[in-house]
Design a protein around this ligand. Structure first.
Ligand code: ADP
Ligand code: MG
Length: 702
């Protein structure tokens, strides 16, 4: 249970005054939440820049183009002439050095009169401009009297916004949230506090939202860093707690004599690459060790992770135990079983698949066989973690594309057996620092070589204005018997607001079908699993030769004969996603081509992204570049999949802090693994604050 102390921070933003249903909707969008954001979400939304209002020159000395706060006397008003609503309402004001004009367009009647009474003294803040040689401020940001001036902030935070959300209303909401901040205990150790000179969290929040100096809002400044450290510590501690559970000494060990593995290897139509052999040896060694395995197998799309996973499963089957392979999508799960089943069969390994589609009698029988130990490897989706899925002796959990699953799912799967070994497969090569941040301390195997015989992919960028040339080229390719993917970003316009101009997959499908006839197919995320599979199967069988698809084909789909891919609105995709998508081609022995269609004009980042993807197919390099370009979210595909990521810490700024937070977490695990006492309570509070509390039930009450 979350400590009651934190409850005010988890109240909905709609409990604040001035935040109604409209703001709720805008804030959900801004803060990337499917439900009403809480005060804590507001407080962790940090400013991107500031407006400095501290310059208080005389009118004569004010620098045009800068933000100034002037102390003036109001001299006279010149309202807009009656029938000319476009002319502004002007207010003439002055100090002892000169005159300034305050300009208001479409002012409400009475508003300006009340705000700036003739003869009164006012403090007026805004950007000063010269107009016809006279200083002027159009729509001053602030107009206050003496009393208001005493309370006027010299520096205003500027937040990332979303269209329709006014900065003022966001500032007011955040100011209210700050008021509700409870007294929080200190969870950082005295040594780290001293070494890093961190202020208390309340002060850090206060100063980033109500900056006293321009530097207060810098990510590498003390205040932001303190918050980043908190966030990192919560993440690292959660991972350490989970790891401690996973690493409890395992009872029996799970490495067999190799007979099943040998049979599989003998049945392969190819030789394993050196890195596949190394990975397999490392896994076999882990399985032999008296602690649980926690290993990440990283390898680019097409590097051959599946067969390594199968061999790992065979190793535990050799000692009569079971393995599970969980994939993020139905398509992927089916793909795996398709690759695995024929090899497994020849080796005498019993495999089965369980997804949302297996139902009724079929499902009951499968579960009975699983519980009786008659299935060695169960492949599936989330369906694997349902309560009634019971293994006789699960010894190995293989999780594909891990970052799409939360820690909760991983725990749920491993809790289906005793001391389950864990192998995580990731097709997104992740830089080392990020592995630590997201997965904690894992052992890593990398599949860096591509299997032999792969052809390079020729990648080109083409402006959308040349789409008819592209369609002609696709026509020629189809005539030559090629299989072509055509990727569109969204299925329906309703999926996200304001994206009407994005190409609609359905519409594109219709227009391409008109041109090329009925061998054009469509697959998208809103289709049922069986429908999707049917279309994919037709594509693999060349019954469909041009497949229009949304990003459902992003992960792992394998039709080796496909050699051409067109990606529409390529500028909308992240690097990792483009890399994944492109990985669908270049898998066969044929040379492949990828055409990236982009909408002009291209922003700087989009331009840089497309350049990287054109220049290289090395996933490790792409991951590094991605990190440089956009920060961690995209590397992990978090923005696409909506998993809670890190909101404050940025690897490129806080790299040092990641290591320190990790040290602090490990020290805690050594000194106080059950999070007892005052410090323990404080750390629990931290975990709940950043919603990293998954592991708390594992350690019990404090
Ligand atoms: P991924 O790492 O993307 O999961 P897969 O395991 O799906 O890659 O492998 C991609 C393709 O490469 C499959 O068709 C598989 O049969 C093939 N493959 C795997 N290992 C080798 C190898 N050592 N030599 C040749 N082909 C291989
Ligand atoms: Mg795969």
């Amino acid at each position: 249970m979350r400590p009651a102390l934190l409850n005010p921070l988890f109240a909905p933003v709609t409990s604040l005054s001035g935040v109604g249903p409209k703001q709720d909707k805008l804030l959900r969008y801004l803060l990337d939440r499917s439900e009403t954001p809480r005060l804590v979400d507001l407080l962790l939304h940090l400013p991107a820049s500031v407006i400095d209002r501290r310059a208080r020159p005389k009118i004569r000395d004010a620098v045009p183009g800068t933000v100034v706060t002037l102390e003036v006397t109001i001299d006279r008003h010149r309202p807009a002439p009656p029938r000319s609503s476009r002319a502004p309402y002007l207010v003439y004001a002055s100090d002892d050095t000169g005159d300034v004009v305050l300009t208001f367009f479409r002012a409400q009647p009475g508003y300006v009169e009340k705000l700036l009474p003739v003869g009164a003294k006012r403090y007026v803040s805004g950007t000063l401009q010269m107009y016809d040689g006279i200083p002027q401020i159009v729509h001053p940001d602030r107009v206050v009297d003496e009393e208001g001036f005493a309370k006027l902030s010299g520096i205003d935070p500027v937040y990332p916004l979303t269209e329709g959300l006014a900065i003022g209303s966001l500032r007011r909401a955040i100011a209210q949230a700050l008021q509700k901040l409870p007294a929080l205990p200190e969870w950082i150790s005295p040594e780290v506090l001293r070494r890093c000179s961190f202020p208390p969290i309340a002060e850090a929040l206060q100063r980033v939202h109500v900056p006293a100096e321009l530097t207060d809002i810098l990510p590498d400044g003390l205040f932001w860093s303190r918050l980043a450290f908190d966030e990192l510590l919560a993440g690292q501690l959660a991972l350490a707690l989970i790891r401690a559970q996973l690493r409890r000494p395992a009872g029996d060990r799970n490495a067999g004599d190799g007979h099943l593995r040998h049979r599989i290897i003998d049945a392969l139509p190819y030789a394993l690459t050196a890195s596949q052999r190394d990975a397999m040896a490392a896994i076999a060694e882990d399985l032999r060790q008296p602690v649980r395995m926690l290993r990440l197998l990283q390898g680019d799309v097409g590097s051959g992770k599946t067969v390594v996973a199968l061999l790992a499963a065979a190793a535990v089957a050799e000692v009569g135990k079971q393995a599970a392979l969980m994939a993020p999508t139905e398509i992927l799960a089916r793909q795996h079983i398709k690759t695995i089943a024929p090899l497994a069969e020849r080796a005498g390994l019993r495999v089965a698949i369980l997804t949302g589609r297996e139902k009724g009698k079929e499902r009951r029988e499968l579960l009975a066989r699983l519980e009786a130990g008659e299935i060695d490897l169960l492949v599936g989706t989330h369906a694997l973690i349902q309560d009634d899925v019971i293994f006789k002796s699960l010894a190995l959990a293989i999780v594909d594309e891990q970052h799409r699953f939360g820690v909760r799912e991983r725990l749920a799967l491993t809790s289906k057996g005793e001391a389950v070994d864990v192998l995580v497969l990731s097709a997104t090569p992740i830089p080392r620092t990020l592995v630590l941040t997201y997965f904690g301390d894992m052992d890593i195997s990398e599949l860096r070589e591509k299997p032999a015989g792969r052809q390079p992919i020729d990648t080109r960028t083409v402006p959308a204005s040349r789409i008819s040339d592209v369609i002609d080229a696709v026509g020629r390719a189809l005539k030559a018997g090629k299989l072509v993917y055509w990727i569109c970003p969204l299925v329906e316009e309703s999926e996200a607001e304001g994206t009407e101009h994005l190409t609609n997959a359905t519409k594109r499908f219709e227009s391409l079908q008109k041109r090329f006839g009925d061998r054009v197919g469509l697959v998208h995320g809103q289709m049922k699993g069986a429908e999707k599979d049917a279309v994919m199967a037709q594509f693999a069988a060349h019954e469909i030769t041009l497949l229009v698809a949304t990003t459902v084909v992003e992960v792992g789909v394998d039709v080796p004969a496909a050699s051409i891919m067109v990606i529409e609105n390529a500028e909308r995709f992240g690097l990792a996603q483009l890399h994944q998508l492109r990985g669908r081609i270049g898998r066969g022995s044929e040379a492949s081509t990828c055409l990236l269609l982009y909408q002009e004009p291209l922003g700087e980042i989009a331009k840089a992204r497309l350049k990287v993807i054109r220049e290289t197919t090395d996933g490790f390099r792409i991951a590094e570049e991605d990190l440089n370009l956009r920060g961690e979210g995209d590397v992990l595909g978090i923005r696409q999949s909506g998993l809670p990521g890190y909101r404050i810490a940025r690897p490129e700024v806080h790299g040092q802090l990641i290591a320190q937070a990790r040290e602090e977490a490990l020290r805690t695990m050594k000194d106080n693994p059950k999070l007892k006492g005052e410090r323990g309570e404080a750390l629990r509070c931290l975990l709940y604050l950043f919603e990293r509390d998954e592991a708390i039930p594992l350690i019990g009450a404090g």
